[in-house]
Each structure stands twice: as structure tokens, then as C-alpha cells.
Write a protein that binds this ligand. Structure first.
Ligand SMILES: *Cc1c(COP(=O)(O)O)cnc(C)c1O
Length: 247
């Protein structure tokens, strides 16, 4: 067993969490939603294990990592449900097919599915691990070349194809909005992108027995309130909870 996390670290996270929860409540109130509808995924990438342990002590239950290697290390020490633990690990970053085996072993859910090739490999690995992996399909709504995710126009075809994979449960869509450089851009650039993701989920929900697109993973530290207003069910927060990180 590892030593319990330093009390000061736990308190610092608790304080930040309290202020984040207040902002979540206010955003929910503005659009008549309930905070209980939301899953707060605490993104611990680039932070040491100690931070994960302190965050658990502070009451957080869902954690996000964007690299498989880091997910392996952290989920060994603080296991998610699939490994017999009490929290959940969300793999939120792009996955290479040669890491699908480890993802199928360690990740309680995967937010960044974006191709049939990857789905095929992950499905086979999930089957071998005797489990069903909940997945969200990442959509590139901002159209930035640097972002992964399926193009919106190719989403219906991808969803159709995903119907063949019995060991993947497609629960919704995920996106990263373009970075907003001002409050004005939050409204003119980011909000329409989140709205687009919700509309894509609504438009593609019917007629795909394999996929019930009820989850929307969208919103990070800089834009989560807008995402909540536009229907996010999973917000992925790093720096607002844990401070600035190196990457
Ligand atoms: C790093 C990361 C986040 C969290 O970013 P913050 O701005 O620190 O909240 C959310 N989603 C993904 C996919 C990430 O890689």
C-alpha cells in the first residue's frame, strides 16, 4: 500500500473542486439541468500518482488519462472498476492499435474512438478480455487538421460499421472544441461546435440499434460551462482542478 496523500494537497484539491462544483451548478441552473446528470472526469495526465490519490481522498470518482502508458501505471496503483477498484478510468486520448490490448484491460471507458480499424482491434481485445468496453466516438467538429476524430460527414458511416462489434458499447460522442482566446470566441466559436456535437448525436441516434448516443463528452477547463449549457454529460477537467501542467 502507498502512504496516504498529503493532507495539504487533498485540501487544495477540495477547495478547487468546491469552486468548480459551484460553477457547474450555476451552469446547470441557467439551462434547467441537474448537476447529477453530469460526470466530472478529473484529468490527471502529467500529474503524479500522489495527485490521483489526493483527488480520490477529495471525493473525485472519475479520472481521465490521454496516454495508455500513464493509464497503466496509475490504474495499477489506483484501480478502476474493471480492475476491481471503486473509481473509473476514462481513456480520453487517441489510441494506437498496438496499445488496444492494454486499453481493453485497464480503461473503464474510451472516449476517442474514431475509426473502424481501431474499433476492430479494440473489439477483439475486449472480447479476449471477456468484457464490453463503453466507447464514445470522437468527432472533429472544429475541423482543425491537428485534431483527431471522425469528420462529421463520415460519422453515419462509421456508426453503421460499429454495429458489427459486440464487445464495444457505443454510448455517445466526444469532441474537443477549438481553443477560445476570448469570452467572445467562447460564444462565436466554441458554443456552435458543442451545439453541433449535440445535433450530430440527435441526428444519428435513431436507426442505429448498436448505438444509443446518450452521452456527450465535451468541455474542458476553459469551456466547460458552455459545454454544460449545450448538453454535455461528461466534462473533462484538468488544470482547473489541479493547476497548470507541463504538457
Ligand atoms: C488534457 C485534456 C483535457 C483537460 O484539459 P484542461 O484544459 O486541463 O481541463 C480534456 N480532454 C482531453 C482529451 C485532454 O487531453
Amino acid at each position: 500500500m502507498l502512504a496516504s496523500p498529503p493532507e495539504l494537497l487533498v485540501e487544495a484539491i477540495q477547495q478547487r473542486l468546491e469552486s468548480v462544483r459551484e460553477r457547474i451548478e450555476n451552469a446547470c441552473a441557467r439551462v434547467g439541468r441537474r448537476p447529477e446528470e453530469l460526470t466530472l472526469v478529473a484529468v490527471t495526465k502529467a500529474f503524479p500518482l500522489e495527485v490521483v490519490q489526493a483527488a480520490v481522498a477529495a471525493g473525485l470518482t472519475d479520472f481521465g488519462e490521454n496516454r495508455v502508458q500513464e493509464l497503466i501505471t496509475k490504474s495499477e496503483a489506483v484501480p478502476g472498476e474493471v480492475l476491481g477498484g471503486a473509481i473509473r478510468w476514462h481513456l480520453i486520448g487517441p489510441l494506437q492499435r498496438n496499445k488496444a490490448k492494454e486499453a481493453a484491460r485497464c480503461a473503464d471507458s474510451f472516449h476517442a474512438l474514431d475509426s473502424l480499424r481501431l474499433a476492430e482491434t479494440l473489439n477483439r481485445r475486449a472480447e479476449l478480455a471477456n468484457r464490453i468496453v463503453p466507447c464514445m466516438v470522437q468527432v472533429n467538429v472544429s475541423g482543425e487538421a491537428t485534431k483527431s476524430g471522425v469528420a462529421p460527414e463520415n460519422l453515419p458511416e462509421l456508426l453503421d460499421g460499429l454495429g458489427a462489434f459486440d464487445s464495444l458499447n457505443i454510448t455517445g460522442l466526444m469532441t474537443l472544441a477549438a481553443p477560445a482566446r476570448s469570452d467572445a470566441e467562447l460564444e462565436t466559436v466554441v458554443r456552435p461546435q458543442f451545439r453541433r456535437l449535440r445535433e450530430l448525436a440527435e441526428a444519428n441516434d435513431a436507426g442505429h440499434s448498436s448505438s444509443q448516443l446518450r452521452h456527450l463528452s465535451m468541455g474542458m477547463s476553459g469551456d466547460f460551462e458552455v459545454a454544460i449549457e449545450e448538453g454535455a454529460t461528461h466534462i473533462r477537467l484538468g488544470s482547473v482542478l489541479f493547476g497548470a501542467r507541463g504538457r
